[in-house]
Design a binder for this molecule. Structure first.
Ligand SMILES: [Ca+2]
Ligand SMILES: [Ca+2]
Length: 421
């Protein structure tokens, strides 16, 4: 019995993920075995890859013509130069473009998959069902999804989740941008989640930007969460991130200009700013809309939205500590009293969409270090997952000076050394 077990363990151990290479400019054997013989488009590489493999994709724009269907555990990793080398997504951008004609990435299976999307730009996906850019979900079992250093932009759907729709899948979104996606629904159907729709699992968003997404249209009766919509049975934590400049359109009720949730949510050192509505109705329920569950709002900012508040329905509860909500003096520990006449939070510059802090801002040092989560996804790539999350949204020190600031951007205190030894 012991020998059999050892054999099983040994044989499992020797199975190693291999890499299938994709380069649209390759002129070799088109079998994916090397950069020289790379496959010239992504879908055939997904077919060639075995479960657990990585697909490395060279720079350039990939117009696949159909959605990429993932039915096994895979990592899709972009940002490589032709011929390989180190990943550099700025220099060697890998774009998968749905050409406004189809969803870009799809995995709708029996579950149990681990999917990684890393170093990609996913744009111009279009769906008449769920998820314009990316749909990951299952009704059978939980998947795992990691989205790191990815830009999901200019995707659209006529149902839920303009950028991403995720269900039954524990998900992390790190160092990513969800920008300019749209979920516009027809009149009888509610619009939900212009940027992200998520339900039935754990979601962690760190050091990411949810910007300029749109939910609903002038034909939509009720709209929810232009940036993010969270359905039931989820658990969500958002850290060092901004939900900024999203727009909610509705005819009857606009619920959560930035964010709407029917599950527990914790925001830490995050900014909910400049989110707006377009409506002929006067029913506007919060820049954050919470139903039934608990929102924890720590070291965070709500400011310059059409409505600067957290709207609570169906017995929802808020816990607000060490935070700034424009014009408010929230109940809780160590919150900023912004009801004082002439109050100025001290944001940088005349362009108020810049929510960096002036050195004189009352928000500098007004956060609570102990509210910061651990670096579970190693934001600084130093191999230390057990430290407190070390970087702010600019990838500067998260705690600079005596203690952490309020908001996504830390004011960087210059350190003067008193001499050389
Ligand atoms: Ca680390
Ligand atoms: Ca500080």
């Amino acid at each position: 019995m012991k020998i059999i077990l050892i054999l099983i363990l040994t044989s499992t151990f020797v199975v190693k993920a291999s890499v299938v290479f994709v380069d649209k400019n390759a002129t070799g054997n088109n079998d994916g075995s090397s950069w020289a013989d790379a496959v010239i488009s992504i879908s055939p590489a997904v077919t060639i890859a075995a479960s657990g493999d990585e697909i490395h994709i060279a720079q350039g724009t990939y117009l696949e013509g159909i959605q990429i269907d993932i039915t096994k555990s895979l990592s899709l990793i972009g940002g490589f130069s032709t011929g390989g080398g180190a990943q550099n997504t700025v220099q060697f951008e890998t774009i998968i473009n749905g050409n406004d004609s189809h969803r870009v990435i799809n995995s709708h299976t029996a579950g149990g998959l681990t999917i990684v999307l890393d170093g990609l730009t996913i744009r111009h996906g279009n769906s008449t069902t769920l998820g314009g850019g990316v749909l990951i979900g299952t009704s059978m079992g939980v998947n795992t999804l990691s989205i790191n250093n990815v830009q999901i932009m200019s995707n659209q759907t006529t149902q839920y989740g303009g950028g991403i729709f995720v269900s039954n899948t524990n998900t992390s979104i790190t160092k990513s941008l969800i920008f300019g996606n749209t979920a516009s629904s027809i009149s009888s159907v509610d619009a939900k989640g212009g940027g992200i729709y998520f339900e039935n699992s754990d979601l962690i968003i760190s050091n990411s930007r949810i910007l300029g997404n749109k939910s609903g249209s002038s034909n939509t009766n009720n709209s929810y969460g232009a940036g993010i919509y969270i359905g039931d049975l989820a658990n969500v934590k958002i850290t060092n991130s901004v939900i900024n400049g999203n727009n909610l359109s509705c005819k009857q009720a606009c619920n959560g200009l930035a964010f709407a949730s029917g599950s527990d949510v914790t925001l830490v050192n995050s900014n909910v700013t400049f989110n707006t509505y377009t409506s002929i109705s006067s029913v506007i329920n919060g820049s954050i809309f919470m139903s039934e569950n608990t929102i924890e709002f720590f070291n965070s900012i709500i400011s310059h939205n059409n409505f600067d508040d957290i709207h609570l329905e169906n017995g929802a509860v808020q816990v607000v500590n060490n935070s700034y909500i424009r014009y408010a003096n929230p109940v809780g520990n160590n919150n900023i009293d912004a009801t004082v006449i002439g109050f100025d939070a001290g944001f940088v510059g005349s362009n108020i969409s810049n929510f960096h802090l002036l050195s004189t801002s009352i928000l500098v040092g007004a956060g609570d270090d102990s509210l910061l989560p651990l670096d579970d996804f190693d934001i600084d790539n130093d191999g230390d997952f057990g430290e407190t999350i070390p970087l702010d949204l600019d990838s500067n020190l998260r705690i600079s000076g005596a203690s952490v600031d309020i908001g996504a951007y830390e004011f960087q205190v210059l350190v003067f050394y008193d001499g050389f030894e």
